[in-house]
Design a protein around this ligand. Structure first.
Ligand SMILES: *[C@@H]1O[C@H](CO)[C@@H](O)[C@H](O)[C@H]1NC(C)=O
Ligand SMILES: *[C@@H]1O[C@H](CO)[C@@H](O)[C@H](O)[C@H]1NC(C)=O
Ligand SMILES: *[C@@H]1O[C@H](CO)[C@@H](O)[C@H](O)[C@H]1NC(C)=O
Ligand SMILES: *[C@@H]1O[C@H](CO)[C@@H](O)[C@H](O)[C@H]1NC(C)=O
Length: 416
């Protein structure tokens, strides 16, 4: 009797423990979210090696970890912006062919594995968010953080290099993302994972997929749903290297962040691709009185804007990945693309150089990603490929706007 009871308990308990919360949850494939650029938190610590440009910038030296990105209220004080800029900068070392933090600045990405990492880039500022509404909608579907839903934040200043080239930060992220996909599957009875990305998270995840054996992809990935992914750069990427990128914070002077932006490997990842499937080499993207630059002239453009040191990394680390059509990821794909929003397609400077405020000519896209870039994979990714166009919603709105989220959630349900 005792033995029979024991057997019964052993048989029943695991079943009870594994019982899903609801029928709906039972149908869910685990989901891994990979956010876009500058969406998640980034901590920093200043060591003795740090040489601050001013005493103010050195105030945190030796005092442990603090939140470098995002501290919204700190950046509202213009006096803090130069310190933020210098601590967010990175350095390309030609000898080792890799990018690093500036000496004395250590960084870490908190909450890897959890969507908490990017619900609010500044958790003290709950009314500033890129991903919270999306995560809430997934919770309504039955997804639970750490059980069926996982987040893959990253140090967005870094990208990955072509296979075989050094990329300490990029390789670490791909390893962590791979481990997270495997863990998500393992925690859910071996079910393959739906990977949903926004913006820059798309090309990063694509790099993970194409570097895994096909058997791994088939076993662990149910479907890849990139939202607003730039597959062949963005025209605005050329502008950001001249005007600076203020992380979408209107009160921050973008010029104060120009040097920091120029130093990051991510900034040259976004340069428009000369592939015939994207911008080609004849369409003028930047126009000055004395010459035109197409996507085929990016190296000369870098020299002419005073960023000649980026030509080497651009040619050895960016063009090999984006200069031709991207290989299919080998898993089913739903490419979710924004259309109908004016998106910078040509930048026209009034004079011979890059001074003054340029005029911009808009084409189709999501306001950031040109439609040509969003659709650049169309001809190569035919197998198990589904295209979903969302009209009149901005790049960030595609993961925040109610109507866009209805469409995104429907596509995730379909993938289940
Ligand atoms: C954000 O910055 C403000 C002003 O510099 C500072 O008082 C506050 O402690 C910072 N918040 C965090 C979480 O570091
Ligand atoms: C956002 O929240 C902050 C306080 O955290 C508040 O000062 C600010 O007015 C809010 N902004 C909006 C647009 O609600
Ligand atoms: C640049 O391109 C524009 C638009 O195609 C064209 O009108 C202009 O003549 C070109 N300028 C030069 C200097 O090639
Ligand atoms: C998008 O905007 C255009 C132009 O304003 C309009 O004609 C079209 O109906 C809109 N589409 C949707 C789905 O709202």
């Amino acid at each position: 009797m005792a033995i029979r009871l024991l057997i019964l308990v052993q048989l029943v308990l695991p079943l009870v423990a594994a019982a899903p919360r609801s029928l709906e949850a039972a149908a869910l494939h685990p989901i891994v979210l990979v956010p876009g650029y500058a969406t998640n938190e980034l901590d920093a610590r200043l060591t003795e090696l740090y040489r601050p440009s001013s005493p103010r910038c050195g105030e945190r030296k030796g005092k442990g970890w603090f939140r470098l990105y995002l501290n919204y209220s700190a950046l509202q004080d213009p006096a803090n912006v130069p310190c933020f800029a210098e601590q967010m900068s990175s350095v390309y070392d030609a000898a080792s062919d890799d990018y690093y933090n500036v000496p004395g600045v250590e960084t870490r990405v908190p909450s890897f594995g959890s969507t908490q990492a990017f619900r609010f880039p500044d958790p003290d500022r709950k009314n500033f968010s890129y991903m919270n509404a999306f995560v809430e909608r997934l919770e309504k579907m039955g997804y639970r953080d750490g059980e069926t839903m996982f987040g893959a934040p990253y140090d967005f200043r870094y990208v990955v290099a072509p296979a075989g080239r050094p990329s300490k930060a990029g390789d670490a992220f791909l390893r962590a993302l791979k481990g997270l996909v495997e863990r998500a599957s393992r925690l859910n009875g071996g079910r393959p994972v739906t990977i949903v990305t926004h913006s820059n998270g798309g090309p990063l995840t694509h790099q993970l997929l194409v570097r895994q054996p096909l058997a791994w992809r088939r076993r662990f990935v149910r479907r890849f749903l990139p939202i607003a992914a730039p597959w062949g750069g963005i025209v605005v990427g050329m502008l950001l290297l001249v005007s600076g990128n203020n992380y979408g914070l209107p009160f921050v002077d973008a010029r104060a962040l120009l040097a920091a932006g120029r130093s990051q490997s991510t900034s040259i990842w976004w340069l428009p691709s000369p592939s015939p499937a994207v911008f080609g080499t004849t369409q003028p993207l930047v126009v000055t009185r004395s010459r035109n630059y197409s996507a085929g002239d990016v190296a000369e453009y870098l020299v002419d804007i005073g960023l000649g040191e980026a030509v080497g990394p651009y040619e050895s680390r960016v063009l090999p990945l984006f200069g031709a059509e991207l290989p299919p990821p080998g898993v089913p794909v739903t490419n979710i693309v924004g259309v109908g929003v004016g998106t910078t397609e040509r930048i026209v400077y009034p004079g011979d150089g890059f001074h003054g405020t340029p005029d911009t000519v808009a084409g189709d896209g999501d306001g950031v990603v040109n439609l040509a870039s969003a659709l650049a994979v169309e001809t190569q990714w035919k197998k198990d490929y589904r295209l979903v166009k969302v009209s009149n919603v901005t790049h960030n709105g595609l993961v925040a706007d109610d109507r866009a989220l209805d469409i995104v959630i429907r596509e995730i349900q379909r993938a289940n």
